[in-house]
Design a protein around this ligand. Structure first.
Ligand SMILES: Nc1nc2c(ncn2[C@@H]2O[C@H](COP(=O)(O)OP(=O)(O)OP(=O)(O)O)[C@@H](O)[C@H]2O)c(=O)[nH]1
Ligand SMILES: [Mg+2]
Length: 359
Protein backbone atom coordinates (compact mmCIF):
# COMPACT_ATOMS: atom_id res chain seq x y z
CA UNK A 1 0.00 0.00 0.00
CA UNK A 2 1.30 3.41 -0.94
CA UNK A 3 -0.02 6.68 0.51
CA UNK A 4 1.01 10.04 -0.92
CA UNK A 5 1.14 13.24 1.12
CA UNK A 6 0.12 16.44 -0.64
CA UNK A 7 -0.80 19.95 0.49
CA UNK A 8 -0.13 23.64 0.00
CA UNK A 9 3.44 24.94 0.40
CA UNK A 10 4.62 25.17 4.02
CA UNK A 11 1.54 23.40 5.38
CA UNK A 12 3.75 20.89 7.19
CA UNK A 13 3.86 18.01 4.70
CA UNK A 14 7.45 17.06 5.45
CA UNK A 15 6.90 17.51 9.18
CA UNK A 16 3.92 15.14 9.04
CA UNK A 17 5.93 12.74 6.85
CA UNK A 18 8.68 12.68 9.49
CA UNK A 19 6.14 12.20 12.27
CA UNK A 20 4.53 9.26 10.46
CA UNK A 21 7.70 7.51 9.39
CA UNK A 22 10.39 8.47 11.89
CA UNK A 23 12.40 9.99 9.06
CA UNK A 24 14.52 13.09 9.59
CA UNK A 25 13.97 15.04 6.40
CA UNK A 26 14.67 18.74 6.66
CA UNK A 27 11.60 20.91 7.16
CA UNK A 28 10.97 24.57 6.65
CA UNK A 29 14.21 25.20 4.83
CA UNK A 30 12.99 25.13 1.29
CA UNK A 31 10.30 27.72 1.41
CA UNK A 32 7.64 27.54 -1.23
CA UNK A 33 8.19 25.60 -4.38
CA UNK A 34 10.25 22.77 -3.01
CA UNK A 35 9.93 19.56 -4.97
CA UNK A 36 11.78 16.40 -4.26
CA UNK A 37 10.23 13.20 -3.16
CA UNK A 38 10.69 11.71 0.29
CA UNK A 39 9.84 8.03 0.55
CA UNK A 40 9.72 5.81 3.65
CA UNK A 41 8.35 2.40 4.47
CA UNK A 42 6.55 1.93 7.77
CA UNK A 43 5.67 -1.34 9.51
CA UNK A 44 2.01 -1.76 10.25
CA UNK A 45 1.57 -2.09 14.02
CA UNK A 46 -0.60 -5.06 15.01
CA UNK A 47 -1.00 -6.38 18.56
CA UNK A 48 -2.05 -9.77 17.23
CA UNK A 49 1.34 -10.12 15.58
CA UNK A 50 3.07 -9.48 18.90
CA UNK A 51 1.05 -12.31 20.43
CA UNK A 52 2.05 -14.64 17.58
CA UNK A 53 5.68 -13.65 17.93
CA UNK A 54 5.65 -14.65 21.59
CA UNK A 55 3.91 -17.90 20.82
CA UNK A 56 6.15 -19.07 17.95
CA UNK A 57 9.42 -17.30 18.70
CA UNK A 58 10.12 -17.36 14.94
CA UNK A 59 13.47 -16.86 13.23
CA UNK A 60 11.88 -14.19 11.09
CA UNK A 61 9.09 -11.80 12.02
CA UNK A 62 7.55 -9.78 9.21
CA UNK A 63 4.89 -7.14 9.66
CA UNK A 64 2.91 -5.72 6.76
CA UNK A 65 4.23 -2.41 5.46
CA UNK A 66 2.89 0.87 4.15
CA UNK A 67 4.87 3.27 2.00
CA UNK A 68 4.48 6.98 2.65
CA UNK A 69 5.55 9.53 0.06
CA UNK A 70 5.99 13.26 0.54
CA UNK A 71 5.81 14.55 -3.02
CA UNK A 72 6.65 18.16 -2.18
CA UNK A 73 5.00 21.14 -3.81
CA UNK A 74 4.16 19.53 -7.13
CA UNK A 75 1.23 21.83 -7.77
CA UNK A 76 3.07 25.08 -7.06
CA UNK A 77 3.47 27.35 -10.08
CA UNK A 78 7.23 27.47 -9.59
CA UNK A 79 7.38 23.69 -9.88
CA UNK A 80 5.91 23.51 -13.37
CA UNK A 81 8.14 21.82 -15.92
CA UNK A 82 10.72 20.50 -13.46
CA UNK A 83 11.74 16.91 -14.15
CA UNK A 84 11.40 16.00 -10.44
CA UNK A 85 7.76 17.01 -10.69
CA UNK A 86 7.07 14.42 -13.36
CA UNK A 87 8.64 11.73 -11.16
CA UNK A 88 6.68 12.88 -8.13
CA UNK A 89 3.47 13.02 -10.16
CA UNK A 90 4.04 9.45 -11.34
CA UNK A 91 4.36 8.29 -7.72
CA UNK A 92 1.27 10.23 -6.74
CA UNK A 93 -0.75 8.66 -9.52
CA UNK A 94 0.38 5.19 -8.50
CA UNK A 95 -0.70 5.75 -4.90
CA UNK A 96 -3.61 3.93 -3.33
CA UNK A 97 -4.71 6.87 -1.21
CA UNK A 98 -3.91 10.53 -0.68
CA UNK A 99 -3.27 12.42 2.53
CA UNK A 100 -4.08 16.11 2.24
CA UNK A 101 -2.15 18.08 4.83
CA UNK A 102 -3.92 21.30 5.76
CA UNK A 103 -2.40 23.93 7.95
CA UNK A 104 -4.33 24.87 11.07
CA UNK A 105 -1.41 25.78 13.37
CA UNK A 106 -0.74 29.44 13.95
CA UNK A 107 2.84 30.64 13.71
CA UNK A 108 3.77 34.11 12.51
CA UNK A 109 7.28 32.98 11.67
CA UNK A 110 5.89 30.58 9.03
CA UNK A 111 4.10 32.60 6.36
CA UNK A 112 0.99 30.99 4.85
CA UNK A 113 1.08 31.27 1.03
CA UNK A 114 -2.50 32.53 1.06
CA UNK A 115 -1.91 34.99 3.87
CA UNK A 116 -4.34 33.50 6.38
CA UNK A 117 -5.36 30.26 8.07
CA UNK A 118 -8.45 28.85 6.36
CA UNK A 119 -8.56 25.02 6.14
CA UNK A 120 -11.74 24.86 4.02
CA UNK A 121 -10.30 27.23 1.44
CA UNK A 122 -7.03 25.30 1.35
CA UNK A 123 -8.87 22.03 0.85
CA UNK A 124 -10.82 23.50 -2.07
CA UNK A 125 -7.54 24.74 -3.48
CA UNK A 126 -5.94 21.29 -3.25
CA UNK A 127 -8.98 19.61 -4.72
CA UNK A 128 -9.06 21.97 -7.65
CA UNK A 129 -5.44 21.01 -8.38
CA UNK A 130 -6.49 17.37 -8.45
CA UNK A 131 -9.38 18.21 -10.80
CA UNK A 132 -7.11 20.21 -13.10
CA UNK A 133 -4.52 17.42 -13.22
CA UNK A 134 -7.15 14.85 -14.15
CA UNK A 135 -8.71 17.17 -16.69
CA UNK A 136 -5.31 17.63 -18.34
CA UNK A 137 -4.94 13.86 -18.69
CA UNK A 138 -8.47 13.47 -20.06
CA UNK A 139 -8.12 16.26 -22.60
CA UNK A 140 -4.85 14.91 -23.93
CA UNK A 141 -6.29 11.45 -24.44
CA UNK A 142 -9.53 12.80 -25.93
CA UNK A 143 -7.57 14.74 -28.53
CA UNK A 144 -5.60 11.65 -29.52
CA UNK A 145 -8.67 9.47 -29.72
CA UNK A 146 -10.52 12.00 -31.84
CA UNK A 147 -7.63 12.00 -34.27
CA UNK A 148 -7.30 8.21 -34.41
CA UNK A 149 -11.01 7.67 -34.87
CA UNK A 150 -10.96 9.52 -38.17
CA UNK A 151 -8.62 6.82 -39.51
CA UNK A 152 -10.24 3.43 -40.03
CA UNK A 153 -8.54 0.82 -37.90
CA UNK A 154 -9.31 -2.43 -36.14
CA UNK A 155 -9.52 -0.85 -32.73
CA UNK A 156 -11.97 1.82 -33.77
CA UNK A 157 -14.93 0.48 -31.82
CA UNK A 158 -12.85 0.23 -28.68
CA UNK A 159 -11.60 3.78 -29.22
CA UNK A 160 -15.13 5.06 -29.63
CA UNK A 161 -16.15 3.46 -26.36
CA UNK A 162 -13.14 4.89 -24.57
CA UNK A 163 -13.87 8.32 -25.98
CA UNK A 164 -17.46 8.15 -24.84
CA UNK A 165 -16.31 7.25 -21.33
CA UNK A 166 -13.69 10.01 -21.25
CA UNK A 167 -16.18 12.64 -22.41
CA UNK A 168 -18.35 11.68 -19.45
CA UNK A 169 -15.33 12.14 -17.16
CA UNK A 170 -14.47 15.46 -18.81
CA UNK A 171 -17.98 16.71 -18.26
CA UNK A 172 -17.83 15.81 -14.57
CA UNK A 173 -14.41 17.40 -14.06
CA UNK A 174 -15.51 20.61 -15.72
CA UNK A 175 -18.37 20.74 -13.24
CA UNK A 176 -15.81 20.24 -10.46
CA UNK A 177 -16.92 16.71 -9.67
CA UNK A 178 -14.30 14.03 -9.15
CA UNK A 179 -14.10 11.01 -11.41
CA UNK A 180 -15.11 8.87 -8.45
CA UNK A 181 -18.60 10.34 -8.81
CA UNK A 182 -19.03 9.42 -12.50
CA UNK A 183 -21.45 6.60 -13.15
CA UNK A 184 -19.62 3.96 -15.20
CA UNK A 185 -20.34 0.47 -16.48
CA UNK A 186 -18.14 -2.39 -15.29
CA UNK A 187 -16.18 -2.36 -18.55
CA UNK A 188 -15.67 1.40 -18.31
CA UNK A 189 -14.55 1.04 -14.69
CA UNK A 190 -11.76 -1.26 -15.86
CA UNK A 191 -10.66 1.18 -18.56
CA UNK A 192 -10.77 4.18 -16.24
CA UNK A 193 -8.57 2.41 -13.70
CA UNK A 194 -5.60 2.46 -16.06
CA UNK A 195 -5.60 6.29 -16.03
CA UNK A 196 -4.87 6.42 -12.26
CA UNK A 197 -6.98 9.55 -11.87
CA UNK A 198 -6.30 11.54 -8.72
CA UNK A 199 -9.91 12.45 -8.01
CA UNK A 200 -10.74 8.76 -7.89
CA UNK A 201 -8.44 8.04 -4.98
CA UNK A 202 -9.68 7.99 -1.40
CA UNK A 203 -8.52 11.08 0.45
CA UNK A 204 -7.72 11.52 4.12
CA UNK A 205 -7.48 15.03 5.48
CA UNK A 206 -4.77 15.62 8.09
CA UNK A 207 -5.32 18.86 9.94
CA UNK A 208 -1.92 20.00 11.11
CA UNK A 209 -2.66 21.69 14.41
CA UNK A 210 -0.50 23.54 16.89
CA UNK A 211 0.18 22.32 20.42
CA UNK A 212 -2.21 24.94 21.78
CA UNK A 213 -5.02 23.48 19.65
CA UNK A 214 -4.75 19.91 20.98
CA UNK A 215 -8.11 18.63 22.18
CA UNK A 216 -10.10 21.34 20.39
CA UNK A 217 -13.05 19.40 19.01
CA UNK A 218 -14.35 22.27 16.87
CA UNK A 219 -11.39 22.08 14.50
CA UNK A 220 -12.66 19.06 12.56
CA UNK A 221 -16.11 20.58 12.10
CA UNK A 222 -17.18 21.24 8.55
CA UNK A 223 -14.41 19.14 7.01
CA UNK A 224 -16.45 16.40 5.41
CA UNK A 225 -15.62 15.88 1.76
CA UNK A 226 -12.98 13.26 2.47
CA UNK A 227 -13.02 9.60 3.46
CA UNK A 228 -11.59 10.50 6.83
CA UNK A 229 -10.29 13.38 8.91
CA UNK A 230 -7.53 13.27 11.52
CA UNK A 231 -6.09 16.18 13.41
CA UNK A 232 -2.54 15.88 14.65
CA UNK A 233 0.20 18.13 15.86
CA UNK A 234 2.85 17.35 13.27
CA UNK A 235 5.68 19.20 14.93
CA UNK A 236 5.08 17.66 18.34
CA UNK A 237 4.72 14.12 17.02
CA UNK A 238 7.83 14.54 14.93
CA UNK A 239 9.77 15.45 18.05
CA UNK A 240 8.25 12.52 19.94
CA UNK A 241 9.72 10.14 17.39
CA UNK A 242 13.11 10.77 18.95
CA UNK A 243 12.09 9.67 22.46
CA UNK A 244 12.39 6.23 24.05
CA UNK A 245 9.14 4.28 24.00
CA UNK A 246 8.41 4.60 27.72
CA UNK A 247 9.26 8.27 27.79
CA UNK A 248 7.06 8.80 24.77
CA UNK A 249 4.13 7.00 26.41
CA UNK A 250 4.31 9.24 29.45
CA UNK A 251 4.63 12.33 27.33
CA UNK A 252 1.60 11.40 25.25
CA UNK A 253 -0.43 10.85 28.39
CA UNK A 254 0.57 14.26 29.72
CA UNK A 255 -0.44 15.90 26.45
CA UNK A 256 -3.78 14.09 26.39
CA UNK A 257 -2.96 12.22 23.17
CA UNK A 258 -4.25 8.65 23.33
CA UNK A 259 -2.35 7.23 20.36
CA UNK A 260 0.29 8.33 17.87
CA UNK A 261 -1.26 9.48 14.61
CA UNK A 262 0.78 7.04 12.53
CA UNK A 263 -1.17 4.08 13.94
CA UNK A 264 -4.48 5.93 13.62
CA UNK A 265 -3.76 6.86 10.03
CA UNK A 266 -2.73 3.37 9.02
CA UNK A 267 -5.87 1.93 10.60
CA UNK A 268 -8.02 4.48 8.82
CA UNK A 269 -6.27 3.72 5.53
CA UNK A 270 -7.02 0.01 5.89
CA UNK A 271 -10.66 0.91 6.57
CA UNK A 272 -11.19 3.24 3.64
CA UNK A 273 -9.31 0.99 1.24
CA UNK A 274 -11.25 -2.04 2.53
CA UNK A 275 -8.09 -3.95 3.37
CA UNK A 276 -7.58 -6.64 5.96
CA UNK A 277 -4.81 -8.92 7.24
CA UNK A 278 -4.24 -12.62 7.44
CA UNK A 279 -1.26 -14.36 9.02
CA UNK A 280 1.05 -17.24 8.27
CA UNK A 281 2.83 -18.78 11.25
CA UNK A 282 5.61 -21.22 12.01
CA UNK A 283 8.99 -21.49 13.68
CA UNK A 284 10.69 -20.11 10.57
CA UNK A 285 8.52 -17.08 10.08
CA UNK A 286 5.49 -15.30 11.45
CA UNK A 287 4.18 -12.93 8.86
CA UNK A 288 1.26 -10.57 8.23
CA UNK A 289 -0.21 -10.20 4.74
CA UNK A 290 -2.51 -7.51 3.40
CA UNK A 291 -5.46 -8.38 1.17
CA UNK A 292 -8.71 -6.76 0.09
CA UNK A 293 -11.90 -7.56 1.96
CA UNK A 294 -13.73 -10.20 -0.03
CA UNK A 295 -10.61 -11.84 -1.48
CA UNK A 296 -10.88 -15.62 -1.71
CA UNK A 297 -8.38 -18.19 -0.47
CA UNK A 298 -6.48 -18.65 -3.77
CA UNK A 299 -6.04 -14.87 -4.08
CA UNK A 300 -4.64 -14.76 -0.55
CA UNK A 301 -2.39 -17.72 -1.38
CA UNK A 302 -1.11 -15.78 -4.39
CA UNK A 303 0.19 -13.07 -2.08
CA UNK A 304 2.46 -15.60 -0.42
CA UNK A 305 3.57 -17.26 -3.66
CA UNK A 306 2.14 -17.47 -7.18
CA UNK A 307 2.67 -21.27 -7.07
CA UNK A 308 0.37 -21.46 -4.06
CA UNK A 309 -2.41 -19.81 -6.03
CA UNK A 310 -1.77 -21.86 -9.16
CA UNK A 311 -1.59 -25.19 -7.38
CA UNK A 312 -4.08 -24.35 -4.64
CA UNK A 313 -5.67 -27.41 -3.05
CA UNK A 314 -7.11 -26.13 0.18
CA UNK A 315 -6.53 -23.79 3.07
CA UNK A 316 -6.20 -24.88 6.68
CA UNK A 317 -7.66 -22.00 8.62
CA UNK A 318 -7.92 -21.04 12.26
CA UNK A 319 -8.91 -17.65 13.55
CA UNK A 320 -6.54 -15.58 15.66
CA UNK A 321 -9.23 -14.96 18.30
CA UNK A 322 -9.71 -18.72 18.78
CA UNK A 323 -5.98 -19.29 19.02
CA UNK A 324 -5.67 -16.55 21.59
CA UNK A 325 -8.54 -17.98 23.59
CA UNK A 326 -7.56 -21.64 23.46
CA UNK A 327 -3.81 -21.14 23.59
CA UNK A 328 -2.45 -23.72 21.14
CA UNK A 329 -3.00 -25.30 17.75
CA UNK A 330 -3.49 -28.65 19.47
CA UNK A 331 -6.37 -27.30 21.54
CA UNK A 332 -7.87 -25.66 18.45
CA UNK A 333 -7.93 -29.03 16.71
CA UNK A 334 -9.46 -30.69 19.74
CA UNK A 335 -12.24 -28.09 19.77
CA UNK A 336 -12.92 -28.43 16.05
CA UNK A 337 -11.67 -24.91 15.36
CA UNK A 338 -9.33 -25.91 12.56
CA UNK A 339 -11.23 -25.67 9.30
CA UNK A 340 -10.43 -26.97 5.84
CA UNK A 341 -11.55 -24.43 3.29
CA UNK A 342 -11.73 -24.59 -0.50
CA UNK A 343 -11.30 -22.21 -3.43
CA UNK A 344 -14.44 -20.21 -2.67
CA UNK A 345 -13.57 -19.43 0.93
CA UNK A 346 -13.54 -15.68 1.63
CA UNK A 347 -10.58 -14.92 3.87
CA UNK A 348 -11.39 -12.99 7.04
CA UNK A 349 -9.37 -10.44 8.93
CA UNK A 350 -7.33 -12.31 11.55
CA UNK A 351 -7.33 -15.69 9.82
CA UNK A 352 -4.21 -17.77 10.31
CA UNK A 353 -3.74 -19.86 7.20
CA UNK A 354 -1.65 -22.78 6.04
CA UNK A 355 -2.05 -23.28 2.29
CA UNK A 356 -1.93 -26.77 0.80
CA UNK A 357 -0.85 -26.75 -2.81
CA UNK A 358 0.79 -28.84 -5.48
CA UNK A 359 2.53 -27.72 -8.66
N1 LIG B 1 4.38 26.07 15.05
C1 LIG B 1 4.28 25.03 14.22
N2 LIG B 1 5.06 25.00 13.16
C2 LIG B 1 4.95 23.95 12.33
C3 LIG B 1 4.04 22.88 12.56
N3 LIG B 1 4.16 22.00 11.55
C4 LIG B 1 5.11 22.50 10.73
N4 LIG B 1 5.58 23.66 11.19
C5 LIG B 1 6.63 24.52 10.61
O1 LIG B 1 6.21 24.94 9.34
C6 LIG B 1 7.32 25.02 8.46
C7 LIG B 1 7.05 24.21 7.21
O2 LIG B 1 7.00 22.85 7.54
P1 LIG B 1 7.34 21.73 6.48
O3 LIG B 1 7.04 20.42 7.10
O4 LIG B 1 8.66 21.94 5.89
O5 LIG B 1 6.20 22.07 5.42
P2 LIG B 1 6.07 21.55 3.92
O6 LIG B 1 4.63 21.55 3.60
O7 LIG B 1 6.80 20.27 3.78
O8 LIG B 1 6.83 22.70 3.16
P3 LIG B 1 7.28 22.72 1.61
O9 LIG B 1 7.73 21.33 1.28
O10 LIG B 1 8.38 23.72 1.53
O11 LIG B 1 6.05 23.14 0.90
C8 LIG B 1 8.53 24.52 9.24
O12 LIG B 1 9.23 25.62 9.71
C9 LIG B 1 7.89 23.75 10.39
O13 LIG B 1 8.70 23.74 11.52
C10 LIG B 1 3.24 22.92 13.74
O14 LIG B 1 2.43 22.03 14.02
N5 LIG B 1 3.39 24.03 14.51
MG1 LIG C 1 8.33 19.74 2.39
Amino acid sequence: MRIAIIGLPQSGKTTIFNALTGAHKETGVHGTGHVGTNVAVVRVPDERMEFLRQMYNPKKFTLATVEFIDVGDIFAEKSAGKPEVATAMGLLRESDAIIEVVRVFKDDSVPHPKGSIDPQRDLREIYSELLITDLGIVEKRVDRLKKSITKPAKTQQQDKEELEMLLKCKDALEKEHGIGSVHLTDVQKKTVKSFCFLTQKPRIVVLNIGEDQLGDKTIEKGISDAAGVISMCGKLEMELEGLEEQERGEFLKDMGIDELSASKLIRLSYEILHLCSFFTVGEDEVRAWTISEGDNAPTAAGKVHTDMARGFIRAEVVHFDDLKQLGSMKDLKAHGKLRLEGKDYIVKDGDIINFRFSV
